[in-house]
Ligand binder design. Structure first.
Ligand SMILES: Cc1ncc(COP(=O)(O)O)c(C=O)c1O
Length: 382
């Protein structure tokens, strides 16, 4: 089959199965509202859980940084792209999260892939939760290491995999808060099993950092866990972009030698590092953002209960409404759009087949009234 035929056929199949993905240009006017075309919507699909992407202090830090350092880093951090702001951000992250070192990456996707590709060699074994993020799944599958998966959040499944392999190097990989389900991994018991089996633990806390635990230290801080490798991202609750790996001094030195996403990619702008620093300052010193988010999550769940809308057990900002059928999920999202609510329908392969869903995300920026209006619209749309 020629490339052209393959492309045409794939697009046609995706359309027929309700799986075609489209991007829409939107103008975010606040952390809770957006404009698309000439219509305004309240949005419940962003990962800006604390509304910090629109915070004046974060915006000002970015502008100040750009005036001071220019707009681009100009090169990889190994050349001239590593500024005092990047250095300060790494030190702040290490101190805030209690690790010897932090290494910055352009995105969580890059950090996850860089880590796996840098560490995993032929006789190593990677043992991962089945629902872990695409960036990790892909890197694990492409790496030369053995790749085993355990059923989502199943401790029994994890132990079975740990018992079944005798590789000298075993890395258990999970997420703090699962991106499409909003549930949390039992990190303390997972860590215990890792220690018993002398395996390393890696936690991707993209959706936990800033929103879970004291001073927003994330899922690991909340559960009193110190993984060997922690990935945090800045594009979600911190409202900016980029990511970091928290690790030992030796692993950080090793990543500086081996992580191709770090070595062969232009560093993110110094101004961005300044914005992330401002955002971290807000998270650490203003617990009211986390508290408002918690109130909003509770309010949403109580409203859904009132209307008899079935939810999962998720207690986090990610509140999926499982629909099942792809076309129906799209139709419900369209109906919500007609009431000026922007909620994304998430379909396979992002989620398992037959579990298409509305991924509703709450933010500290939502008002009680906006949440009530969404739930009422949802009741009529379902
Ligand atoms: C669990 C998880 N890890 C990593 C990423 C990637 O992070 P980033 O958006 O910074 O590339 C995402 C987000 O898409 C995610 O949900």
């Amino acid at each position: 089959m020629s490339w052209q035929q393959r492309i045409d056929q794939t697009l046609q199949q995706r359309l027929q199965q309700g799986l075609l993905r489209r991007r829409h240009p939107v103008r975010l006017s606040s952390a809770a509202s957006l404009q698309s075309g000439d219509k305004c919507y309240t949005h419940f699909s962003s990962n800006d859980y604390l509304g910090l992407s629109q915070h004046p202090a974060v915006i000002e830090a970015w502008c100040r940084g750009a005036q001071r350092w220019g707009t681009g880093a100009g090169a990889s951090g190994h050349v001239t792209g590593y500024s005092p702001s990047h250095h300060q951000l790494e030190q702040t992250l290490a101190e805030w999260l209690g690790f010897p070192r932090a290494i910055l990456f352009n995105s969580g996707f890059a950090a996850n892939q860089a880590l796996i590709f840098a560490l995993a060699e032929r006789d190593d074994t990677l043992i991962a939760d089945k629902l872990m993020h695409a960036s990790l799944q892909e890197a694990a599958a492409l790496s030369p290491a053995r790749y085993r998966r355990f059923p989502h959040n199943s401790l029994e499944g994890l132990v079975r995999q740990l018992d079944a392999t005798d590789s000298a190097n075993r890395l258990v990989i999970t997420e703090g808060v699962f991106s499409m389900d909003g549930d949390q991994a039992p990190l303390a018991t997972i860590q215990e099993q890792c220690r018993r089996h002398q395996a390393w633990l890696m936690v991707d806390d993209a959706h936990g950092i800033g929103v879970m635990g004291e001073a927003g230290q994330g899922s690991c801080g909340q559960q009193g866990v110190k993984p060997d490798l922690l990935v945090v991202t800045f594009g979600k609750a911190l409202g900016v972009s980029g990511a970091a790996v928290l690790c030992s001094a030796a692993v950080a030195d090793y990543l500086e030698q081996q992580a191709r996403h770090l070595i062969y990619s232009t560093a993110f702008p110094a101004a961005q590092a300044e914005a992330v620093l401002a955002s971290i300052h807000l998270v650490r010193h203003h617990p009211e953002y986390q508290q408002t988010l918690a109130v909003n999550i509770l309010h949403f769940r109580q409203q859904c209960q009132h209307y008899g809308i079935e939810l999962t057990d998720s207690q986090t900002a990610i509140q999926p409404v499982i629909i099942g059928d792809n076309h129906r999920a799209l139709a419900v999202a369209e109906k919500l759009k007609m009431t000026q609510h922007w909620v994304q329908a998430i379909r396979p392969p992002t989620v398992p087949a037959g579990s298409a869903r509305l991924r509703i995300t709450l933010s500290a920026a939502h008002s009680a009234q906006q949440i009530e209006q969404l739930v009422e619209a949802l009741y009529h749309a379902l």
